[in-house]
Write a protein that binds this ligand. Structure first.
Ligand SMILES: [Zn+2]
Length: 233
């Protein structure tokens, strides 16, 4: 049974036509419709942690994992109420040194500044049963770093989140989808159970749990595009 792992970034009114990476901003109304389509198709939206037994083939059922990269405050504001309304859970991948900060890693490429969730927002997200995963300390290109720094980005981000949440952190997301076999090993050694990439496809029991494919949802995805990501390929 293959499980789609949906990847979202910002849930907000998209910026001007010329803004770079505008396609990564999904309108709140579109997000709401997409979640309702899942519900109507009988697909339960789950955090990656909750979806892993289905991905490993230990459980069967119609599920989709819902993930948000970068921990934007607009996900808290615009996506969380929808998830609550429909009884879905989701995973939020946090850039740990930017909790309460912003997407500073995007500024050099001209992406508009956007706030990241505060400590209070993260704790509330977590208290409602949603998952908090790590997206490193600083949103780095892991393969470009010396091994010890890559290890620190992967391991220390997990430790800090576990201290904050007082709970184990099991999911990791490679920034930019950038990873090597060594990065996967470091992620395993740090104690995570799963890691996601930006490779396209649905997750299957024979996938490396430290290199799970995902389906990125873009601003202008049509109904057909979205449903195909959820039920095909
Ligand atoms: Zn990211």
């Amino acid at each position: 049974m293959a499980v789609p792992i949906l990847a979202y970034h910002q849930i907000a009114v998209p910026p001007s036509h010329t803004a770079p990476f505008r396609s990564m901003v999904v309108h709140p109304a579109a997000f709401h419709r997409q979640m309702e389509w899942l519900k109507r198709l009988g697909i339960q939206g789950l955090s990656l942690r909750d979806a892993m037994p289905y991905i490993r083939g230990e459980k069967t059922g119609k599920v989709a994992a819902i993930t948000f990269d970068d921990s934007y405050a607009n996900v808290y504001e615009n996506a969380l109420p929808v998830l609550q309304e429909l009884g879905f859970t989701a995973t939020n991948f946090v850039v740990v040194n930017q909790i309460g900060g912003s997407n500073v890693w995007d500024t050099p490429i001209g992406v508009a500044k956007a706030a990241c969730m505060s400590v209070e927002q993260l704790l509330r997200w977590h208290s409602l049963g949603h998952e908090v995963g790590s997206h490193t300390l600083d949103h780095v290109h892991l393969p470009q770093l010396p091994m010890e720094e890559a290890r620190r980005q992967i391991t220390h981000s997990r430790e800090l989140l576990e201290d904050l949440l007082d709970e184990g952190v099991s999911s990791f997301c490679f920034p930019y989808g950038d990873e090597t076999p060594l990065d996967r090993v470091l992620t395993y050694e740090a104690g995570y159970s799963a890691a996601t990439t930006t490779r396209r496809g649905r997750a299957r029991p024979d996938n490396d749990p430290f290199g799970l494919p995902r389906a990125t949802v873009r601003r202008n995805d049509s109904w057909l595009h979205f449903v195909k990501k959820c039920v095909v390929g």
